[in-house]
Each structure stands twice: as structure tokens, then as C-alpha cells.
Write a protein of this length. Structure first.
Length: 206
């Protein structure tokens, strides 16, 4: 699998300072659309070009949209801190193709997570008031990719508590409340560090 580079021309783009989310979208339209179609559509909207950073066609082809370093135009609330991926199709009516989901998984696991270890995977409906990416898109499965990847080690031992990353910070579910590990460490006077490669929080309590 690979990212197919495209030669889309953009007017002017702004550099994105932060990347802590990946937002998944559907086109809510024609399942045969390509990134070039979306680029033209967004230009027609008066935008600088395709608002998504990646596009996955119905046949699973991954295409590059807006350059990865640029602020996208795909989710009003998190454009400044996120990468947008759009899948061709309307998943309020039918499911994405199997190969589209395989491509999406590859893009997240084999590419994005290596480059941006702290990202959270979310759906557009998590960041704005919308049905996108549609009720028939398996959003939970993709959100779990990142939430399940974080590990917590306290004094050298793996601790088995539910963990998630919110706004770039790791939280643990303790007595039904999500608690920021850094705050917890501060309270306990413990040392805390993050290992990007293994997505592990190391805490050492003296
Ligand atoms: Zn969307």
C-alpha cells in the first residue's frame, strides 16, 4: 500500500502548528469520486482547494489531498490541530468497501501513527455537529486503534487500567473518572515520562 502523490494546485496555505487528531469523513456523495473531483468541488466553493489531507477512493486507492503540513478545511473546530481523511461514499446509506477500510487502517497504523504518535482518531461527528462519516461507518473500531495503544508502567510494572489520549495528554479511567496522568503524578510527587516509540507512560513513585 502507498500514498499516491497528486499534483493538485493550491492557492495559499497556512502552516499547521499542531497535530493531535485525525478526523475521519465521508464525502456524503458519489462513491466513485476521486481527490481531483473533491479538489474541484472545494475550489468551486471558493476555498483554496481540497480541504482533506488524504482521500480514499471506493477501490481503496489512497490519494494525497492538501499538503500534510497545511491547515485543512474539514472540521471547523479542529482544523488548526488535525489531519483530515475522507472516504468516498455516503455511509449513511451503505457501508464503506472492505478495501477502503483496509487502506484506512494502513494509513493510520503504518504511516500516521509513526509520524504523530500522540494522535487521537475521531469522527467528524465528534468534532462538529454532523452525521459525517455516517452511521454505517465503523467509527468505534478506528477510535480504538489509538486508545488501545497507550500503556502505563508504574515502577516498572504494566498497570491494567483503561487509558486514552485527550488533547495530547494521557488519561486513565479511575473510579469512573478520566484522570490526567500528569496531574496524578504531580499529586503523588512521582516522576512521569512519555516514550513516543512504544506509546508508554512511565511513572515512578518514590
Ligand atoms: Zn466530515
Amino acid at each position: 500500500m502507498k500514498i499516491n502523490e497528486t499534483n493538485l494546485q493550491f492557492k495559499n496555505l497556512e502552516k499547521r502548528a499542531k497535530t493531535d487528531r485525525v478526523v475521519i469523513h465521508h464525502t456524503a456523495g458519489n462513491r466513485n469520486a476521486t481527490v481531483a473531483d473533491i479538489h474541484q468541488m472545494h475550489l468551486n466553493n471558493g476555498w483554496v482547494g481540497c480541504g482533506y489531507h488524504f482521500f480514499i477512493r471506493h477501490d481503496g486507492t489512497i490519494e494525497r489531498g492538501r499538503p500534510e503540513w497545511a491547515v485543512g478545511a474539514h472540521s471547523l473546530t479542529v482544523n488548526a490541530r488535525s489531519i483530515g481523511i475522507c472516504l468516498a461514499g455516503d455511509f449513511t446509506i451503505y457501508q464503506p468497501s472492505e478495501i477502503q477500510l483496509v487502506s484506512l487502517e494502513w494509513l493510520i497504523n503504518s504511516y500516521l501513527l509513526h509520524k504523530y504518535p500522540l494522535i487521537n482518531i475521531v469522527g467528524h461527528s465528534d468534532t462538529d455537529s454532523t452525521q459525517c462519516p455516517g452511521i454505517l461507518f465503523p467509527l468505534d473500531k478506528f477510535k480504538n486503534i489509538t486508545s488501545q495503544l497507550v500503556k502505563l508502567i508504574v515502577n516498572g510494572r504494566l498497570v491494567n487500567v483503561p487509558l486514552r489520549i485527550m488533547d495530547g495528554r494521557t488519561e486513565a479511567l479511575l473510579s469512573d473518572n478520566w484522570v490526567q496522568l500528569r496531574e496524578l503524578a504531580n499529586m503523588l510527587g512521582a516522576d512521569i515520562s512519555w516514550d513516543e516509540l512504544t506509546r508508554t507512560v512511565n511513572m515512578s513513585i518514590k
